[in-house]
Write a protein of this length. Structure first.
Length: 202
């Protein structure tokens, strides 16, 4: 008996959270959203850093399609208007292989402004229809190829996105490593270094 869509959602959300944590060496904290009013499944921040976060919406498929000899990931879904487009809202799109119990490489991490612009497929019944259709082949050159990555790269890609957000403040790397250690108690707040618009003195 095949798994239901609800079961697929539970399984893939757990798998996504596991990959985020493992591929960031435990630095990323994925938190499930209690309400999906803003159309996000996870809110993600760096451990012990609460100033910046990413929102992620998961969309997965259990089957791949064939286009000639190429494997294609196609995911169709609908969203209520208006669409929420923000660089900090990402779509994670992936094929989940029921036989191997894991995602298939590559997976896709797409910022919502780009996704909404290129995945728009129509409007009907009071909802916006979206279609994601991307090649899964290593030599793909379609418009989605720039957002493709191996699962092993997911954590570092998200850390990079968080660290390069406008106005992001970053601690000295040595201080950040000390904060991450268990049993460390700070009596004063470490000084952060602003990274946005920073330039080196001549």
């Amino acid at each position: 008996m095949p798994i239901t869509n609800v079961q697929q959602g539970v399984i893939t959300e757990a798998e996504f959270a596991k990959i985020c944590i493992l591929t960031s060496n435990g630095r990323l904290i994925p938190t499930r959203a209690l309400a999906d009013d803003d159309r996000r499944d996870f809110e993600i921040h760096i451990r012990r850093h609460f100033g910046e976060s990413l929102a992620v919406q998961l969309k997965t498929a259990k089957h791949l399609r064939l286009h000639g000899r190429s494997r294609v990931l196609q995911i169709n879904f609908r969203e209520k208007a208006p669409l929420i487009s923000d660089s900090r809202l990402l779509y994670f799109l992936a094929h989940f292989d029921i036989k191997t119990w894991r995602f298939t490489d590559p997976v896709f991490l797409v910022p919502s402004p780009f996704f909404h612009k290129h995945a728009l497929h129509g409007v009907g019944r009071g909802a916006i229809q979206l279609q994601f259709k991307a090649s899964m082949e290593p030599n793909a050159k379609d418009l989605w190829a720039q957002w493709a990555l191996a699962q092993s790269e997911l954590g570092q890609r998200m850390l990079h996105m968080l660290n390069t957000q406008p106005g992001h403040s970053r601690l000295d790397p040595k201080v950040a490593r000390l904060i991450a250690m268990s049993g460390i108690v700070w009596l004063g707040k470490p000084t952060a270094t602003a990274t946005a618009g920073r330039s080196k003195a001549a």
